[in-house]
Design a protein around this ligand. Structure first.
Ligand code: NAD
Length: 253
């Protein structure tokens, strides 16, 4: 995604999570017309305790790349109640997703959430669905899904792998899917689908080169959601985010 070089006032970001992703977002923020005004992590935000009106008074948008447990134990509810537009990239909170998204909707904040903020992965979802639709009609294929991530990643299968599987199912793949997760070394993220038949193998693969694609996608989403109302899955709004379309009468505040 191209860096944003327009001379407007920088978007003021509160970072929830200051680990691998949070630090990278802070580093790339100036290239994307944004500046980090608040950093919260596990040391100063237990159960969302660092999120209050005073701390957030200069924040335009919060970006959460923390842990699934901290999203569900206070972060997202507090941001909704404080009326702060938010981008959530954190994974591993599926068990409370429906309730938290309903809360966000009723609070009228703008929220973009997504298991993967890489534009390439979001294109991959569509390609995977198209392949699944075609190969389900052919018959005779077994499907295996494989994902590999660095040793620090907690949830497995990854949120991205779960999303790919949802897309494949929605496209009509009703057969078994053999899912394998690997946690090793420093891999930023690899996802593969392999259809194997007696005659041949069809393989789709996405390999992240670094975490920068996730960080740039989240920063673009932060600009897009600011001043907008409603809950958006990045997988559904990424093309509008990339195009940089401004708030419309639909859902704007
Ligand atoms: P990390 O382990 O490097 O960092 C996690 C950070 O969260 C740490 O700074 C920790 O102190 C902080 N934290 C813990 N409790 C907190 C709390 N209550 N409030 C605020 N911060 C808290 O992890 P990471 O690699 O930066 O990844 C973070 C999350 O983002 C993970 O869930 C990961 O799966 C996800 N992720 C998503 C994408 C995407 O594109 N959506 C890409 C990469 C990673």
């Amino acid at each position: 995604m191209a860096a944003d070089s327009s001379p407007r006032t920088p978007l003021r970001i509160a970072l929830l999570g200051h680990g691998r992703m949070g630090r990278l977002i802070e580093q790339l923020a100036p290239e994307h017309g944004a500046t980090v005004v608040l950093r919260l992590d596990g040391s100063n935000n237990q159960d969302g305790s660092g999120l209050n009106r005073a701390a957030l008074r200069k924040t335009d948008v919060a970006i959460d790349f923390s842990t699934g447990a901290s999203v569900t134990s206070g972060n997202l509810e507090r941001l909704c109640d404080l009326g702060i537009d938010t981008v959530v990239g954190t994974t591993g909170w599926d068990d409370r997703r429906a309730a938290l998204l309903a809360h966000a909707r009723s609070s009228r904040i703008g929220l973009v959430h997504g298991a993967n903020f890489s534009v390439g992965v979001n294109a991959f979802y569509r390609i995977a669905a198209a392949a699944a639709r075609t190969l389900a009609r052919c018959g005779g294929y077994d499907l295996a899904a494989f994902e590999s991530h660095h040793r620090g990643k907690r949830d497995a299968p990854s949120g991205t792998a779960l999303r790919i599987i949802d897309e494949v199912r929605a496209a009509g793949w009703s057969g078994e899917i053999d899912v394998t997760s690997q946690r090793t070394g420093y891999v930023p993220g690899t996802h593969e689908l392999q259809w194997d038949s007696a005659a041949d193998t069809v393989r789709l693969s996405h390999t992240a080169r670094s975490r920068a694609g996730f960080a740039r996608g989240a920063l673009a989403a932060a600009h897009w959601i600011h001043g907008r109302s409603g809950v958006y899955d990045f997988a559904e709004c990424w093309e509008r985010v990339v195009a940089g379309d401004g708030p419309s009468s639909e859902g704007s505040r």
